[in-house]
Each structure stands twice: as structure tokens, then as C-alpha cells.
Design a protein around this ligand. Structure first.
Ligand code: IPM
Ligand code: MG
Length: 357
């Protein structure tokens, strides 16, 4: 197995969680012969500070040349006063769009050892295994026109546009149906078709795509109901297919079912095998530099990279088993800690996972 990975640590807790994933790469190299060339580049606030641009051209070029990109997180208070067009988050959005990564896979899997760490009752979340497929390069995140204008009466008005082309809906829907075939063969498409035309089209196109997947059961749900169902009975879902904005919101919600947002990895895929892998959480500037962030979401993102882009499922299995073993042994970062468990920092959690490989 050969591959090239571009590593983008980013901001806040990004560098320290990515450093733990790199320890895992080294461990797999030394002990199991993983062949993965890695190099680092700048994104987000770190890139703004160094070059004035949250996604320097050199970073995008190197990302295009890589098989996989592993990203930590971007953003922080330091850059919040900048124009929205050049904020750290724009770097990430341009990277997703520049690489054509329209399908974002966000699995929410409850590790049984963490049933007690969820804020929901264990009986609601035990056995949870759902996959959110979020459209990632369209919708209101990218729609034009957008901006803030001043009206004739002097009042300011902000506006954004939710826009979806048929082809954009079709290709991400196909990804959801294909993935459902490898799972429980159920897709629930989430929209607001009762109010928004763009998502009424979404619903119709998903129905059309479903005709090619007679073996997969399709249902539709309004996003407000879905938010409610996710906390009422999350195990009813297998694959959730949804728009960019709804997927952003519902995946944060789903992460808490698993105990902590620090546990959820993600994969962003387009045509071809290349992918961007990142934890779903942000840069958590409030805890940056304190060695308390949970590196597991990033380490599990590396496992997804090995599975989906690098054709190394056995290496991915090793990582996932190592995480499970460390949880079995009672090690917990602060976000998933509960009575009787051993609290460890970011670095110690990384070391423990490497030892358990
Ligand atoms: C996510 C994040 C990003 C998003 C931000 C950082 C731009 O919240 O990956 O969910 O909104 O997509
Ligand atoms: Mg988000």
C-alpha cells in the first residue's frame, strides 16, 4: 500500500490532536509496514498569519497532489473580526469545494464503553450506529447572491441563498444509497420540503434516484422532526441523507448521542478516491494548549482515510480496535470522563492508542 497524505493541523486544538494521529501513523509504519508519505501545510488562521490567505494556493496544489488530506480544525477568536470572506473557515470551505468533495460522511457510532458518558439515557443510545451523509459543496453555504446590503431607508439587510441543482442532489443521494447497501439498507432523507422549494426539489430528486435502488428502503423526514427523533429514538435511523446546512446542525446533535463531539470522525469524498478526513468538531480555542482535548475523533478520521481512500482496511481495523481497547481500559479525556475512570490528557491518550495498536 502506498499513499501520500497532506496534513493540515490548522488552529486551536488542531495541531495537538493531529500530532496524536501522526503518532499513530508512525506506530503503523514501524510495526505493520504502513507506507504513507506525509507532509504538512498551512490552512485557516495559521495560514492567514503566515500568508494573509486562509487557503494559500500552495496548500490547494499539494492537496490536489495527495491521496488524502488529514485536517485538524480551523478558526478562533483571533480572526473573528476579519471580513467573513477571508476568515479561517473560508479556507476549509474553499478546500472542500476546490477538491470537489461533495459527500461528507459522518458516522455516529456509540462505543458501548461510553454509554454512560452520553447526556441521554443509556437505553436510548446503546447500539447506536447511524451514518449522516451531508451534502458538502452546495446549498446555502455556497449559494449566490449573498452578502449584507444597506436598504434605501438606511437599514442593513443580510441575505443568503439556498440553492441546489438537480445534479448536485443526485450525486450525493447516490452515495447515500450505495453506502446503505453496505449497512441496513435504509435511507432517511431530511429536508424542509414543506417550506423551502430548493428542498422540495431535493425530495423529488431523491425519490427519482431511489428507483435505481429497489433494495434500499427510502423515507423522508422534515428537519425539525428529525432533530426531535434524534433525541427521542436515534436508533430508528440507518443512513441520514441531508443538505449542507442541515447536516452541519444534525451532526453536532448526533455527536452528543455518542458521548462527546470529540469522538466523531468524518470523511469528505468526491469523484475518484481522494478524500479529506477531519474530526467534526471545531478548533475549541477555549481549551487549546491545555492538553485536555480528545484526539480520538482525529485518530478515527485517520482510520477512515485508510479505509476509504488508501485501501488499507486492515490498518483501519487496527486503529479502531486500539481505540476500543483503550476505552475498555478505562482511559478517558475530560469530555468523556465519568466516575471511576482514569482521566488522561491529549498526549497520553495518543500514546495509549499507539501502544494498543
Ligand atoms: C463542520 C464545521 C464547519 C462547517 C465550519 C468550521 C466551517 O462546523 O465541519 O461541521 O460548518 O461545515
Ligand atoms: Mg459543524
Amino acid at each position: 500500500m502506498n499513499g501520500r497524505m497532506l496534513v493540515l493541523p490548522g488552529d486551536g486544538i488542531g495541531p495537538s490532536i493531529v500530532a496524536q494521529a501522526m503518532k499513530v501513523v508512525d506506530g503503523l509504519r514501524d510495526r505493520y509496514g504502513l507506507h504513507l508519505e506525509t507532509e504538512e501545510a498551512l490552512i485557516g488562521g495559521a495560514a492567514i498569519d503566515a500568508t494573509g490567505d486562509p487557503l494559500p494556493a500552495a496548500t490547494l496544489t499539494r492537496a490536489r497532489a495527495a491521496d488524502v488530506v488529514l485536517l485538524g480544525a480551523v478558526g478562533g477568536p483571533k480572526w473573528e473580526s476579519l471580513d467573513i470572506k477571508i476568515r479561517p473557515e473560508k479556507g476549509l470551505l474553499r478546500l472542500r469545494s476546490g477538491l470537489g468533495l461533495y459527500a461528507n460522511l459522518r458516522p455516529a457510532l456509540l462505543h458501548p464503553q461510553l454509554a454512560g458518558a452520553s447526556t441521554l439515557k443509556p437505553e436510548v443510545v446503546v447500539g447506536l450506529d447511524l451514518l449522516i451523509v451531508r451534502e458538502l459543496t452546495g446549498g446555502i453555504y455556497f449559494g449566490e447572491p449573498r452578502g449584507v446590503r444597506t436598504l434605501a431607508n438606511g437599514e442593513r439587510e443580510g441575505y443568503n441563498t439556498e440553492v441546489y441543482r438537480e445534479s448536485e442532489i443526485r450525486r450525493v443521494a447516490k452515495v447515500a444509497f450505495e453506502l446503505a447497501r453496505r449497512r441496513d439498507r435504509r435511507v432517511c432523507s431530511v429536508d424542509k420540503a414543506n417550506v423551502l422549494e430548493a428542498t422540495e426539489l431535493w425530495r423529488n430528486v431523491v425519490d427519482e434516484v431511489a428507483r435505481d435502488y429497489g433494495d434500499v428502503a427510502l423515507s423522508h423526514m422534515y428537519v425539525d422532526n428529525c432533530a426531535m427523533q434524534l433525541v427521542r429514538n436515534p436508533r430508528q435511523f440507518d443512513v441520514l441523507l441531508t443538505t449542507n446546512m442541515f447536516g452541519d446542525i444534525l451532526s453536532d446533535l448526533a455527536s452528543m448521542l455518542t458521548g462527546s463531539i470529540g469522538m466523531l470522525p468524518s470523511a469528505s469524498l468526491g469523484e475518484g478516491g481522494r478524500g479529506l478526513y477531519e474530526p467534526i468538531h471545531g478548533s475549541a480555542p477555549d481549551i487549546a494548549g491545555r492538553d485536555i482535548a480528545n484526539p480520538i475523533a482525529t485518530i478515527l478520521s485517520l482510520a477512515m482515510a485508510l479505509r476509504y481512500s488508501l485501501d488499507a482496511p486492515a490498518m483501519a481495523d487496527r486503529i479502531e480496535a486500539a481505540v476500543s481497547r483503550v476505552l475498555d481500559n478505562g482511559l478517558r479525556t475530560a469530555d468523556i470522563w465519568s466516575e471511576g475512570m482514569t482521566r488522561v490528557g491529549t498526549g497520553a491518550m495518543g500514546d495509549a492508542i499507539v501502544s494498543a495498536l
